[in-house]
Design a binder for this molecule. Structure first.
Ligand SMILES: [Zn+2]
Length: 328
């Protein structure tokens, strides 16, 4: 953790610390009508109840108010809360936007470029839908992974299936051992090209062979993003390819950010007056912060779990709660 000296923002004024509760959302679905009831996400009814709860206990503010508070222009109201929605899902337009609009509430949305503009499925979503389609028997998925590992162990210098299982097939408080094993193998353990290839094969077998059509349905469109902004919703960067930005070189970080900013400009975000970075997977490092500062970034949203303290926190490293940290 950072020490006190690095936490203090030099622009902060004494006595100006203001608490801001930032809430992070991903999937918000109408599960009664979903083809994929096995997807882990917040049901629309639970979302409505949670917004009721937040409206009663907090003042829900928009990103312009937060940026004004960061600049020191205008303080936040007491018990300020900010609603943030990651990954650009179509349900953010279909379900979240009408609900917020009806209540006169602002929301902040962070779509990456690749899924919205190029209809490319994010790796993280591919794995979610493979698991949702095989809930009755996830061993159908792990059998495919294990067969590939056995077939390619020698040529790829891999460990044996038994070694991987001993290390990774361990349950946690959310998932059973088999599900954790599948997630780890497809998300981090196997070499990137190989796990990508296996995940595509599994998606074609268990979900659909038309990934582009699936992605076109899963994510918002650029026109929807423009319409949402015209109704007071804010948009910011979630990178171009949804990479772990702390695992790539400074040059690659700059490319990711520049492509994302060009995309934001195209969908009507006024990035020249300051803009917001939402780190994919919460991943950031010092070189990324330099890239962001050089491009006028005003605020950065992490996945560290805490109440943000405007005037005290580095504005590029604001912590956020998850929707699961509040009643639904
Ligand atoms: Zn994301």
């Amino acid at each position: 953790m950072a020490n006190a000296a690095t936490r203090i923002d030099t622009t902060a004024r004494p006595g100006m610390k203001q608490d801001l509760t930032i809430v992070m959302y991903h999937y918000v679905r109408d599960f009664a009508r979903s083809r994929f009831p096995g997807i882990r996400g917040l049901d629309l009814a639970g979302f409505r109840r949670q917004i009721d709860f937040l409206e009663q206990g907090y003042s829900i503010v928009g990103m312009p108010q937060v940026l004004a508070a960061i600049r020191g222009d205008e303080p936040l109201p007491p018990r300020a809360a900010l609603l943030t929605f990651d990954d650009g899902y179509a349900e953010h337009y279909d379900l979240v936007f009408p609900e917020l609009h009806k209540r006169g509430l602002p929301g902040c949305f962070y779509p990456p470029l690749a899924p919205v503009r190029e209809h490319r499925l994010l790796d993280v979503n591919r794995v979610h839908f493979i698991l949702a389609a095989t809930l009755d028997d996830p061993s159908r998925v792990s059998a495919v992974i294990d067969a590939r590992v056995r077939a390619e162990a020698a040529s790829h210098g891999l460990d044996s299936v038994e070694v991987y299982r001993a290390e990774w097939a361990k349950p946690n408080r959310f998932d059973d051992a088999e599900t954790i094993y599948i997630k780890r193998m497809l998300q981090t353990v196997l070499p990137e090209a190989m796990r990508h290839d296996i995940a595509r094969d599994l998606f074609a077998r268990f979900v659909t062979t038309d990934e582009a059509a699936f992605a076109a349905e899963l994510y918002i469109t650029e026109d929807q993003a423009r319409l949402m902004q015209s109704c007071g919703m804010s948009f910011g960067s979630h990178g171009a390819e949804h990479l772990w930005l702390n695992r790539i070189s400074p040059a690659e970080q700059a490319v990711e950010i520049d492509r994302s900013l060009a995309f934001l400009r195209d969908i009507g975000v006024g990035v020249d007056e300051g803009w917001v970075m939402c780190y994919p997977y919460g991943g950031w490092n010092e070189s990324l912060l330099e890239v962001l500062r050089a491009r006028g970034c005003s605020a950065g949203l992490t996945t560290e779990v805490a109440t943000a303290e405007i005037g005290l926190n580095d504005p590029l490293r604001l912590p956020r709660y998850d929707t699961n940290d509040f009643p639904q």
